[in-house]
Design a protein around this ligand. Structure first.
Ligand code: PMV
Length: 362
């Protein structure tokens, strides 16, 4: 089994250095959802997602040798230019948990500055973009100091592995367009430990697929994703769910390869509703959809029935509807969104996103 524990990644005594790295990394939207985990962030079922473009985190990481050596993490953290103690504490906890992978973490003093391209309180999960950006920065630091990870494939594999430890879904954000996480016989080389790219296998209709995020509510989620994963352990549907995710994965990957949009849409919508059904059947139960989420779903299905256009929805762990459609029907779909769905969004807000080019080093 792959093991990145590496005691060689330590600075030698009196080695004094400093440096800076910056990555922009996107969020992603799962089509087959990861919901339920065990062990050290291992998924209960395989998942597959579009890597987005507009919704991204920019992270700048500066480092220098610590003045006084010690065993703890030294970190300054700013979000949107402001110190943020809650985020800082979360990051220190994460960095402490990966000292076995990057022993140099306790030898350097770090300063991290992060900002999101999307409004902070837009109700958009930022852990995938922020944790993938941080993991990419850490791999760059390793590369700069130790001259390792020069092979691109190795670099992204390790970045994905480290991102997974920060937030499971983040491991898929290191690859452009589409990525798979979780071992499945359907994808050669797939693993529970890191994501693998899926662009090569993908029908070209999906290469520039739209994902418009309708902001139904900007409110903070009542139940976090990690609490949600935890509740799956007691969910009486859990075993059937994991079996279902595997079956749907097998079906969806066929539709992704042959461009069958109808099959794509049916599986994708069922996955979104299943995710929320699992929340509603957890103990205690909870509901993250809002009345306007359901209203938009009904209006979308009516529109699709009337026009026969292949536009479908998905949902993340929140109330905001993702509209998925190919570029060749963008004009009529955007007219429909503007006239019919936007009035049901909080302050008429929308993030027009699409399958994207993946993380960029700045
Ligand atoms: O990565 P986490 O632990 O925040 O979990 C994310 C889970 C979903 O976004 C709901 C689904 C997924 O596969 O991204």
């Amino acid at each position: 089994m792959l093991d990145y524990t590496n005691s060689d990644l330590r600075l030698t005594a009196n080695q004094s250095l400093s440096g800076k790295t910056q990555w922009i990394s996107p969020s992603n939207l799962a089509l087959i959802k990861y919901w339920g985990k065990y062990g050290r962030q291992l998924p209960r079922n395989p998942s597959i997602s579009f890597t987005l473009d507009t919704a991204a985190t920019t992270t700048t990481l500066s480092y220098r040798t610590k003045e006084t050596p010690g065993d703890t993490i030294k970190l300054d953290f700013k979000f949107d230019g402001q110190p943020n103690e809650a985020f800082r504490a979360k990051l220190v906890k994460f960095l402490t948990s990966i000292v076995d992978i990057f022993p140099f973490l306790t030898q350097l003093a770090f300063s991290v500055e992060s900002s999101n391209s999307f409004p902070h309180s837009a109700g958009i999960a930022s852990s995938a973009s922020s944790m993938s950006a941080l993991a990419l920065c850490l791999c760059t630091v390793e590369k700069e100091i130790f001259g390792t990870l020069n092979d691109k494939t190795e670099f992204y594999k390790k970045a994905s592995y480290v991102a997974r430890l920060g937030s499971g879904s983040a491991c898929r954000s290191v690859y452009d367009t589409m990525a798979v996480w979780g071992e499945t016989p359907e994808v050669v080389g797939s693993s529970d430990l890191y994501a693998v790219p899926f662009r090569e296998q993908l029908h070209e209709i999906y290469h520039d697929f739209h994902d418009d995020i309708l902001i139904v509510s900007k409110g903070e989620k009542s139940v976090s994703s990690s609490a949600g994963h935890g509740l799956m352990e007691g969910n009486i549907f859990a075993d059937n769910r994991y079996a279902q995710a595997n079956t749907r994965f097998a079906e969806l990957q066929v539709a992704l390869k042959n461009g069958d949009l109808e099959a794509f849409g049916q599986i994708t919508e069922n996955e979104a509703l299943t995710l929320h059904a699992l929340m509603m059947t957890s103990e205690p139960s909870y509901i993250l959809m809002r009345p306007n989420t359901l209203a938009q779903i009904e209006l979308l299905r009516e529109f699709r029935n009337d026009t026969k256009l292949p536009v479908y929805f998905s949902l993340d762990a929140g109330p905001n509807l993702h509209l998925l459609y190919p570029d060749n029907i963008a004009a009529p779909v955007q007219d429909f969104i503007e006239a019919t769905l936007l009035p049901l969004c909080e302050k008429g807000e929308i993030i027009k996103d699409r399958a994207g080019k993946g993380p960029q080093e700045v």
